[in-house]
Structures are given as structure tokens and as C-alpha cells.
Design a protein around this ligand. Sequence first.
Ligand code: UTP
Length: 239
Amino acid sequence: MRVVVSIGGSVLAPDLDARRVEGHAAVVETLAEEGCEIGAVVGGGGVARDYIGAARELGANEVQLDQIGIDVTRINARLLIAALGPSVDPKVAHDYEDAGDAIRRGDVSVMGGVMPGQTTDAVAAALAEYVGADLLVYATSVDGVYSADPSTDDDAEKYEQLTGGELVDVIAPMSRDAGASAPVDLLAAKLIERAEMRTIVLDGTDPSRIEDAVLRGEHTGTDIVPTGVDGEPSYWTQR
Ligand code: UTP
């Protein structure tokens, strides 16, 4: 089974804590030992936001701010690589070809951002499509996709299951509201819909939840299931 795991910066490195990074690396290693081929995409989190805020005050333009964000995601990617054993490609992949080559060689590949104007949510979706992943998992700090931001709206309801098209419809209005936080960004949702990519959005603060979701399909987040797909994938039903 080929899987792309997107680990938000606020999940992997809300602060610099080697033990937390180690916990996520241990899960990636377990998945690899269980026979998964893995691409991991790492976000920038609060550190990226701090750098971007400071650079904005200093007059940097939006592309320069994105470039700073990309650099931070790549530093976080280096942290994860440092914690992973010999089966990881020691280079942070800067494009999908390099990541795909590493995964085909049997290495775990770790990426951060790739280009301005998007977030690592979109990188993960594009990588998943590029390498023909069976499953894309977003390990975020929210436990799924909600009808509104659950941190500010008490009426927000969690979706257990959506199609790719429904995901786009839910995310699109959230992306229009300044400051609103969608669990995955709109470009990522559109890529998931276009690729008909089986996707899970879950709370990844406890990395064991990623393992349960990938190996057994067990989670309490949101399943994004392509239209017309019936039943569970065979890699779960055969276990
Ligand atoms: P993140 O992917 O971490 O953004 O990229 P995020 O979704 O705001 O944060 P978390 O990690 O989920 O909490 C950080 C920043 O890096 C730039 C953007 O400015 C983004 O906000 N970035 C990242 C890019 O410009 N291109 C990329 O491909 C990735």
C-alpha cells in the first residue's frame, strides 16, 4: 500500500520537542515495516507564521513570505528526517519527481513546500496523485472536516464522510472568509476531487492515530471517499 501522510507543522512542531518528532518518526517507521511505501509532507506551523509575520512587518512581498514559509517547512522536514532510520531518503525532496524516485527505490521520502501561492496541504495532495497513492492522510490539529470552524462556532458539525466534490463545497466558503481556518486548503480539496483520492482528515497530535488509520482504516476523523466507491479498500478488509 502506498500512502502519503501530511503532518501539519502545528502537529509535528508546535514547539521544538525532540520527543514529539520522535513519536511521529516511530509511526512512519512502523508503517514502513508493515510494508507501506511512504511519502511524508511536513508543514511549517507556528514557526512559519512567526517568521512570515516578522518579514511582513519588514516589507517583504507575498511571494517572499511564501518562500520563507517554504524554508521553514523544509527545516521541519529535516527534523523528521533526522529522527527517521536508514530507510529515509536523507534529502528533503524539492519536487514530486525526486520524492517519487525515492519512494520507488523503497525509501521514505520527506517533503516540505514546493512553490509560492499554496500550502503543504496542496503539496501532499499533488504528491499523492503523482505517486499513485492508495491513501492520503492529513494529520492536523482538528479531528476532521467540520461545517464551520469548531473553535469559534458551537454549531459546527463534523462530517464522517464526504465525496471529493462535497469537500470542495464545504471548504470553498471557509477559504473566502479572512482568518477562517479550513482543515485542508481549497487547492488541496480540488486536487483530491480531481484525482479521486481516498483521503482521511484526522487529529494527528497523537501519532498512533495515524497508524490506526493507515493500517486498519480506524479513526474518528473524516473519510473523503471518491464518488461511486462502495465498501472498504482491500488492504483493510484483508487484514
Ligand atoms: P504550511 O503548509 O505549514 O501552512 O506552510 P499552514 O497550512 O498555514 O500551516 P500548518 O502547518 O498546517 O499549521 C507554511 C507557509 O509556507 C508557504 C505558505 O506561505 C504557507 O502559509 N508555502 C508552503 C508555500 O508558499 N508553498 C508551499 O508549497 C508550501
